[in-house]
Design a protein around this ligand. Structure first.
Ligand code: FMN
Length: 199
């Protein structure tokens, strides 16, 4: 069973360091057999601060329609996000709020990046948000503490942190939930007469 597991990245900030974590995650996830992935960066999406949700826009905006279609066909998501002032960045919440059905009945796994906290408080908030979009969260998560010292453009800066093993463990779990939910979700969507995740 092939799976599509996009990576959603959390911030548009100039000089963002956590992008190195997101890029590492997407490259490592892409190497797994039977998994397709792609990085979704809020900088590349013409969303603006939420005024109208995707299905309310007239005329539809092609790049947002494509974002919706990609999220619809996804089987689960990895979110990689920094923590700002004890929470998730606004850009990430904005990206989530523009869609709804696309997320339903799908698993979300989290990688946090921060200073001392490793993004744990942003992850805790995301667990609440995900329950509000009809989705579920993978129980474990990965916290990257002191991200500027832990990751560079080429990936982890020290083998001692064992990030390859930690990422693979998280991916194993995300895959498990994605596989477990795929067929039942598609059956419900078929019974409702819609393509998976579509309104
Ligand atoms: C506006 C702002 C607020 C921040 N708040 C926190 C915080 O609450 N907890 C934390 O561990 N790090 C915090 N940081 C530090 C970030 O975790 C740090 O910038 C890290 O590099 C990841 O964010 P980045 O991808 O934007 O660089 C904050 C950074 C910014 C820019």
């Amino acid at each position: 069973m092939a799976l599509y597991l996009p990576v959603l990245y959390g911030t548009t900030r100039e000089g963002r360091v956590s992008i190195h974590v997101a890029q590492y995650a997407v490259q490592r996830l892409a190497r797994r057999p039977g998994v397709e992935t792609r990085l979704f960066d809020p900088r590349d999406l013409p969303l603006g601060n939420l005024v109208l949700r995707q299905w309310e826009r007239r005329p539809p905006v092609p790049a947002i329609e494509e974002f919706s279609a990609e999220m619809s066909r996804a089987d689960g998501f990895l979110i990689v996000t920094p923590e700002y002032n004890y929470g998730m960045p606004g850009a990430l919440k904005n990206m989530i709020d523009h869609l709804y059905k696309e997320w339903n009945r799908k698993p979300f796994a989290f990688v946090g990046a921060g200073g001392l906290s490793g993004g744990l408080r942003a992850i805790d908030q995301l667990r609440q948000v995900v329950s509000g979009i009809g989705a579920i969260t993978v129980p474990t998560h990965l916290a990257v503490h002191q991200v500027a010292k832990a990751f560079g453009p080429e990936g982890p800066l020290s083998a001692a942190d064992e990030f390859p093993v930690k990422f693979d463990r998280l991916f194993d779990e995300l895959e498990w939930y994605a596989r477990a939910l795929k067929s039942p979700r598609e059956a419900v969507d078929a019974a409702a007469g819609r393509a998976t995740g579509q309104r």
